[in-house]
Design a protein around this ligand. Structure first.
Ligand code: ZN
Length: 290
């Protein structure tokens, strides 16, 4: 049985059909085949992808994305069998140093939300909340937390987590966060437009994705990780991240600074970056409001 794909013929950010192919190939050929065969995530997807094409395209607006994306049924197989819960648990067990950095990073966001939002308690929605690490932290800081995650296995671990955006009803939030989520969504603009309705005036949206600046093809490991066609189906840059958010009702705001470190050197470096803020290039970690 071969995997089935949907074809995206319009730009995910601006809707234009004026797309040009940046790179393409077959799943079972070239460097992509080698990377897919070597990935240790569970059952190999390669037999299901034989002869299937991939194509990375660019719109006039600058947005790049994969044209062919797995159908929802096959994406469920992707996230349950090709990436098994056991393989993910093993990965998370072995990345102790990354865990520390990630937790410190989440504390910074929590402090920054606390400084930007006057309301108490702060109601936060983490869309694509995974195992709920950020929500657990927010809960400890006294925030009211809601999560949305497609994976049943993850929902069980994270506590109060909804299966889909449709279950939010008329709930509103002071903060909505998408950490490493936007690059996975077949229709990111639709999701942002829907989330917009759930964000209170003056509320904060945080977007974080890999930065795909300069990534045009899949030949190196870095390029594969950035635009893996079964995972990172949308390639954002600082410019296109800002564009998709602004086109769907959000306004960019500058990110406040917080220090979560025992190292005075790191504090000095962060402060130097802050003072140089206007001349440093933007990143794919951005804050927005409505
Ligand atoms: Zn476009």
């Amino acid at each position: 049985m071969k995997a089935q794909f949907n074809t995206r013929t319009a730009c995910i950010t601006c809707g234009s059909a004026n797309l040009k192919q940046v790179s393409d190939g077959l799943f079972d050929q070239g460097p992509l085949h080698a990377f897919l065969s070597a990935d240790p995530w569970g059952e190999s997807p390669v037999p299901f992808l034989a002869g299937k094409p991939w194509a990375y395209v660019q719109c006039d607006c600058g947005q790049r994305f994969h044209k062919y994306v797995l159908t929802p049924e096959w994406n469920d197989i992707n996230f349950s069998r090709w990436m098994s819960p056991e393989a993910i648990a093993e990965f998370e067990r072995t990345r102790g140093a990354m865990k520390f950095e990630r937790a410190a990073h989440f504390v910074k966001h929590t402090l920054q939300l606390e400084s930007l939002i006057d309301a108490r308690p702060i109601r936060v929605l983490d869309f694509g909340c995974g195992n709920g690490e950020f929500l657990t932290l927010c809960h400890q800081f006294g925030f009211e937390t809601t999560g949305v995650d497609r994976s049943t296995a993850r929902r069980d671990k994270a506590g109060h987590v909804l299966a889909s955006i449709d279950e939010l009803g008329d709930r509103t939030f002071h903060a909505i966060t998408l950490f490493e989520v936007l690059e996975h969504l077949e229709e990111p603009a639709t999701v942002l437009a829907t989330l917009r309705k759930h964000l209170l005036p003056g509320g904060i949206l945080i977007l974080e994705t890999p930065d795909c600046t300069g990534v045009e093809r899949i030949e190196s490991r870095h390029e594969y990780d950035a635009i893996h066609p079964l995972q990172h189906i949308n390639g954002f840059t600082p410019e296109t991240m800002r564009s998709i958010a602004e086109r769907h009702g959000f306004k960019a705001v500058s990110k406040p600074v917080s220090h979560v470190t025992a190292s005075p050197v790191k504090v000095a470096k962060t402060e130097a970056r802050r003072l140089l803020g206007k001349v440093l290039k933007p990143t794919t970690q951005q804050y927005f409001t409505v």
